[in-house]
Design a protein around this ligand. Sequence first.
Ligand SMILES: *Cc1c(COP(=O)(O)O)cnc(C)c1O
Length: 369
Amino acid sequence: MTDSPAARAAKLLHLRRRKLRKGEPVPLPLTMAAMFNLPGNPAGHSQYGRFDNPTWDAVEELLSHLEDAPTVAFPSGMGAISAVLFSQLKSGDRVLLPSDGYYTTRVLAERFLKPLGVSIHLRATGAFLDGGFAGYRLVFVETPANPTLEICDIAAVSAAAHSAGAIVVADNTTMTPFGQRPLDLGADIVVAADTKAPNGHSDVLFGHVASRNAEVIAAVKEWRKLAGAIPGPFEAWLVHRGLETLELRFDRMCSSADTIAQRLKGHPRIKALRFPGLADDPAHNLARAQMDRFGFLIVLTLESETAADNFIGGCELIQPATSFGGVHTSAERRARWGDAVAPGFVRLSIGCEPVEELWTALEAALGTA
Ligand SMILES: *Cc1c(COP(=O)(O)O)cnc(C)c1O
């Protein structure tokens, strides 16, 4: 039986206590160490800072608890994605990636996997099941996709991909383990950027890989150790602190996003609006079936680049920035990076501001957009 999100959230705050000896600090100590005291036989002990670190262990314990699976921490979301792709693929393999997801994943594959003999194929998230998965070694989904918020059916993709002999990787960055648990839906591997809501304070990059397949975990751990893509202990410590309030922040952010999306609907300045929680969103039924929450991202399209820039720049409670998931509401016009979206397309990341204050500010900025 898997715990409810509420039970997981409550237990997370008391995991550390179970191991504390009398007189030890309640908060997690930060261990900055390249060397460890290591006389004689090194087996079974911390050996070197590229192999182990007690602060990584602590953050991995929290992430494993949330994913209900062994977890390996990385210095960024892309570090986690690289570890999976480079440890699982070899020359001659075919990989299927979302055409509308996080663009760096596609660029990485094209730039570094293709020259090694891996063939890269793309498919739109909203039609991910179309065409099946015959001949693929690895199928990579991102749902809801960043930035389109298109959704694909993780359970159906996993079943079809498995019967075709492929492994399924799900990028769960937009949802966090409190919003969706792809491993429970049949995916083999979760990758995520903890840079976003899990850390939540926009001051750290971090990522993780989770899997219930022991060979996958061993391979990504070995990749981390040999490639040297290791998280800094201080970053791990900050993410550990962030995870202690993730449920609280995520709950506020998702609830506020829901309220705000309902109110944005039908606003005369908005040409298009996507939020999985809206009853008439094309992905709503699927979202209800596989997600615990509808997330904190809303995408809206205004009539032009200028209208979008004026909205973002003119709102006193929007931080103009790339990235998302922080305590402060933030937004950006995605076409400025070349995403295949309209010039007035805005990705809005709802933060932790009290919702009525936030709505008042958003509505005022829209009025002058
Ligand atoms: C941000 C992001 C990443 C990459 O994370 P970094 O920590 O910036 O490397 C990967 N996938 C998705 C969906 C993201 O939004």
